[in-house]
Design a protein around this ligand. Structure first.
Ligand code: FMN
Length: 465
C-alpha cells in the first residue's frame, strides 16, 4: 500500500492542474461536453451553466403601475426571450436579496425555501440556482408542446417562448411544519408567481399563471426529481398584437374553443354530504368516453361526501363561465340542499339553459333546476321525494329512471349514475377515442389525473388525520 502513495499524489496533482475537456466559458455560458446518447443530463452535472447578468434593480415601471397593468396574457408572438430577461424573471421569483442570510425576493416559511424554478425554452429545460444566479440546463430541446398537452391543451403553454414552472418539495418543510407544510408550500408558490407576473409587466412581457394541468404528466415532462411537485406553470412571452400566426395555429393541439381547450363537463357538488356514488360513477362514465371532467363546489380542495369519502373540488362555482362547458351536471345527496337558495347556482342554470347547454341533475338535484324555473313542461326523472315539488314547478314527473328532454337530462336514483353519465356523454358527442390520438392521450391523462387526485387525498389524510 505504501508504494502506491506517490502515484496517488501524482494523479491528484495532474487532475487538479488539467482543465476539464470541453469545459469552456463562452459569453457567460459554461458548456460541458454533450452527451451524444441521451439529451438528459443528471442534475449533478448540467449540460450547460448560464451565468446570468446582475438583475436590474431600477426598472422603469413603478410597483403600482405594474399592479394596475398586470393582466393574464395567453397569446404571444414568436419572439424569444433573452437570458437577460429570463434571469430577471427568475430573480424576481427566487433571487437572493440578502446575501448574508440567503433571504430571497419572496418570503418563505422559516426561510426553508422549498421551491425550485424550472425554465423551459425551445433550447431545453433549466433550473434556476439562486445562490449563483445561474441557469443550469439538464435537458436539451423544447418541451412546450408536451407541456401544453399536460395542461389540457392550453395554447398559452405551447405558444410561449418560455414557461416557468414553479415546483416544490414538501419534504423540506415537513420536518419543521408537519401538517401545515403543504399549505405553506402552496402559499409560497403564490408569492413567487406574483413576483414573476409583476416582473413580466415591468419587462413589457405578458404572462399567465396556469394551475389547470396534470401534475404527474408535467412532472415527467420536466424530468423533475421524485419529491418535486409542479405547482404552477407560467408561460411568459411578448404579447401577441393580433390573432395567432399560422405557425402558432399549427402548433396548437386543441380543437376546442373554451378555456380548457377540450370538451369539458363540470360536475357541481355540495361542499359536504354529496352522494359519492352519484359523483364518481357519473364522472367515470363521462370521462371513459374521453371527455374532460372537472368538479366544482362552493369550496375548492378536499371535500367530503355523505359516506365520509373525500374528493377534490377543482374549481369554485363562482368561477363557472357556462360557455366553457359542454354540460353542467348537478350531483345529489343531502348536501345538495346547500344550493337551494344559491344565486350563483341559479345564474349558472339559467344561463346554461338560455344557451342550450346540456344540464344534468340526479336524484334530489333536479329540484335545483325547478327552483331556477327551467323545468316547466319538461319530462323529469328524480327521487320520488321531489315529485310534488317538481310538479308544483310545472315539471312532468314521469317515474322513469332516466329522462332526456331537450338539453335537460335527469336521473332518479344513485344506481342510475352510470346510465346518467353515459346519456350526458352521448349528448356531448365526443369524437371516438379509438380513432382520435388526442382523445386517447386525453384518456390516459384523465386516468393519471384521477390517480394523482387519489394520491393527493391519501396525502391529505396522512397529514390531516
Ligand atoms: C390558482 C390559479 C390557477 C389558474 N389557472 C389558470 C389556467 O389553468 N389557465 C388559464 O388560462 N388561467 C389560469 N389562471 C388565471 C386566471 O384565469 C386569471 O387570473 C383570472 O381570469 C383573472 O384574470 P387576470 O389574471 O387577468 O386578472 C389561474 C389563476 C390562478 C390564481
Amino acid at each position: 500500500m505504501k508504494s502506491l502513495k506517490p502515484f496517488a499524489v501524482f494523479f491528484i496533482i495532474i487532475l487538479t492542474a488539467l482543465p476539464l475537456p470541453g469545459f469552456a466559458q463562452v459569453s457567460g455560458e459554461f458548456s460541458l461536453p454533450q452527451n451524444t446518447r441521451r439529451n438528459v443530463r443528471s442534475r449533478s452535472l448540467p449540460l450547460k451553466v448560464v451565468q446570468l447578468t446582475e438583475p436590474n434593480l431600477a426598472g422603469n415601471v413603478s410597483l403600482e403601475k405594474a399592479l394596475a397593468e398586470r393582466r393574464s396574457v395567453r397569446e404571444f408572438n414568436e419572439k424569444k426571450l433573452s437570458y437577460k430577461q429570463i434571469g430577471q424573471l427568475a430573480w424576481a421569483g427566487q433571487g437572493i436579496t440578502d446575501t448574508n442570510r440567503g433571504f430571497r425576493t419572496a418570503p418563505s416559511a422559516g426561510a426553508v425555501y422549498p421551491l425550485t424554478l424550472y425554465i423551459a425554452t425551445d433550447e431545453g429545460i433549466f433550473t434556476y440556482n439562486p445562490q449563483e444566479h445561474t441557469l443550469q440546463q439538464f435537458v436539451q430541446g423544447g418541451i412546450s408542446n408536451q407541456l401544453a398537452k399536460a395542461a389540457f391543451s392550453q395554447n398559452a403553454v405551447a405558444d410561449a417562448p418560455c414557461n416557468i414552472i414553479i415546483a416544490g418539495s414538501v419534504r423540506k418543510l415537513v420536518m419543521k411544519y408537519q401538517n401545515a407544510a403543504r399549505r405553506y408550500m402552496f402559499l409560497e408558490a403564490g408569492h413567487v408567481a406574483q413576483n414573476i407576473l409583476l416582473e413580466s409587466v415591468s419587462l413589457d412581457l405578458g404572462a399567465v399563471p396556469i394551475g389547470v394541468f396534470n401534475l404527474d404528466a408535467a412532472r415527467r415532462i420536466c424530468r423533475m426529481q421524485r419529491d418535486m411537485e409542479p405547482l404552477y406553470i407560467i408561460p411568459v412571452g411578448y404579447p401577441a398584437e393580433k390573432s395567432a400566426t399560422p405557425k402558432q395555429e399549427a402548433k396548437r393541439t386543441s380543437p376546442g374553443g373554451n378555456a380548457f381547450g377540450l370538451k369539458t363537463v363540470v360536475l357541481i357538488v355540495a361542499s359536504k354530504n354529496f352522494n359519492e356514488m352519484e359523483l364518481l360513477q357519473t364522472q367515470k362514465a363521462i370521462a371513459d368516453t374521453g371527455i374532460n371532467t372537472l368538479i366544482a363546489s362552493s369550496k375548492t380542495g378536499v371535500i367530503m361526501g355523505m359516506s365520509g369519502r373525500r374528493t377534490h373540488a377543482d374549481m369554485s362555482i363562482d368561477k363557472i363561465n357556462v360557455d366553457d362547458f359542454e354540460a353542467i351536471v348537478f350531483i345529489g345527496g343531502p348536501g345538495a340542499q346547500e344550493y337551494f337558495f344559491n344565486p350563483t347556482v341559479e345564474r349558472i342554470i339559467k344561463q346554461a339553459d338560455e344557451k342550450n347547454i346540456i344540464i344534468g341533475a340526479i336524484s334530489i338535484a333536479p329540484a335545483l333546476l325547478a327552483r331556477a324555473g327551467i323545468l316547466n313542461g319538461h319530462n323529469v326523472a328524480a327521487a320520488p321525494s321531489q315529485k310534488s315539488f317538481l310538479e308544483t314547478a310545472g315539471a312532468k314527473f314521469t317515474g322513469s329512471f332516466i329522462e332526456k328532454d331537450g338539453n335537460i337530462i335527469t336521473a332518479a336514483r344513485s344506481q342510475d349514475a352510470v346510465s346518467f353519465g353515459k346519456t350526458i356523454a352521448n349528448a356531448v358527442k365526443p369524437p371516438s377515442p379509438n380513432t382520435n390520438p388526442l382523445m386517447q392521450y386525453r384518456q390516459q391523462q384523465i386516468n393519471q389525473q384521477q390517480q394523482m387526485n387519489q394520491q393527493n387525498q391519501m396525502y391529505q389524510q396522512l397529514f390531516n388525520p
